[in-house]
Design a protein around this ligand. Structure first.
Ligand SMILES: C[S@@+](CC[C@H](N)C(=O)[O-])C[C@H]1O[C@@H](n2cnc3c(N)ncnc32)[C@H](O)[C@@H]1O
Length: 262
């Protein structure tokens, strides 16, 4: 259940503290802001994906959705329109384009997305780096079938989908990889599982890895998770862009948290 009072409070606090490129002096961050975060993308680059989004937003067919919301306990499933899921689950173009620019900039070889839904954000990452290995995880089979169809329509071939509850498929898949370069955490927005998935991925991170957390201010649970992530001894620089949080582990950086106007 969305807590609007919490969202309003956290957004006002964010706006009060947020700085732009002129409020930072560290060269890594200044360059990242100038070259990536504040760069404008050309919407024409995403035409294929946004056409698919428009189709989804108009699609009133029903899916039987397996809901993992409450602490990953799957219920029997309820029916929801594709249009509604697309409206509320997929990252909006502005945030998706930022994820695209981050992938293009850092050139990660192994990308993991925790939470596929219809694969809108997955397609942005695939477009940014067609040579990357992208693994995306999703627990709802009918949702995943729509994502597969979208990847075919977009002609994207570097995405591997893994179906199941993150609690089980994430640790199992992590055992098969040596390094994780880029992780987008976008599912099961509760404190305990977010931190558990973070720790699990951290074991395969290297100093150049980039982790992105969605909806860090969406609820008090997510605020608490973000606070603990920032404090983690392996974490160096963190950026709070309100809708997402970005985490860096580079040894040359000092441990600092920035609230960035976006
Ligand atoms: C916010 S959506 C992902 C949106 C997608 N990244 C995008 O921007 O286009 C989160 C997805 O995570 C899935 N999910 C949530 N908790 C899960 C769990 N414990 N195991 C598997 N899937 C889960 C939901 O079914 C949902 O489709």
């Amino acid at each position: 259940m969305m807590n609007y009072a919490h969202i309003l409070r956290s957004y006002l606090k964010y706006r009060k503290n947020a700085v732009n490129a002129y409020g930072v002096h560290a060269p890594f961050l200044f360059n990242l802001l100038q070259d990536v975060i504040y760069q404008k993308s050309d919407p024409a680059d995403f035409a294929v994906i946004e056409k698919i989004r428009r189709q989804l937003l108009k699609d009133n067919s029903l899916l039987r959705v397996r809901d993992f919301g409450a602490g990953s306990r799957a219920d029997k499933g309820s029916s929801r329109k594709i249009s509604k899921i697309a409206k509320y689950s997929a990252k909006p173009p502005r945030v998706a384009a930022l994820i695209y620019r981050l992938v293009k900039h850092f050139q990660p070889r192994q990308i993991l997305e925790i939470g596929t839904s219809f694969g809108v954000s997955t397609m942005y990452m695939s477009l940014a780096m067609p040579e990357a290995n992208i693994v995306s995880m999703e627990g709802c089979p009918e949702t995943l079938a729509v994502a597969k169809r979208n990847f075919q329509q977009a002609g994207m071939e570097n995405i591997r989908l893994i179906e199941g509850n993150f609690d089980e498929i994430l640790p199992a898949w992590l055992e098969t990889v040596t390094e994780l370069d880029f992780v987008f955490f976008d599912g099961n927005h509760l404190r305990e599982p977010t931190l558990r998935y973070f720790e699990a991925c951290l074991a395969k991170a290297q100093p150049q890895s980039v982790f992105i957390f969605d909806d860090i201010h969406w609820s008090e649970e997510m605020e608490a998770a973000w606070e603990e992530i920032k404090k983690h001894p392996k974490v160096k620089l963190t950026l709070d862009l309100y809708s997402i949080g970005i985490v860096f582990f580079r040894k040359e950086l000092s441990k600092e948290d920035f609230v960035i106007r976006f």
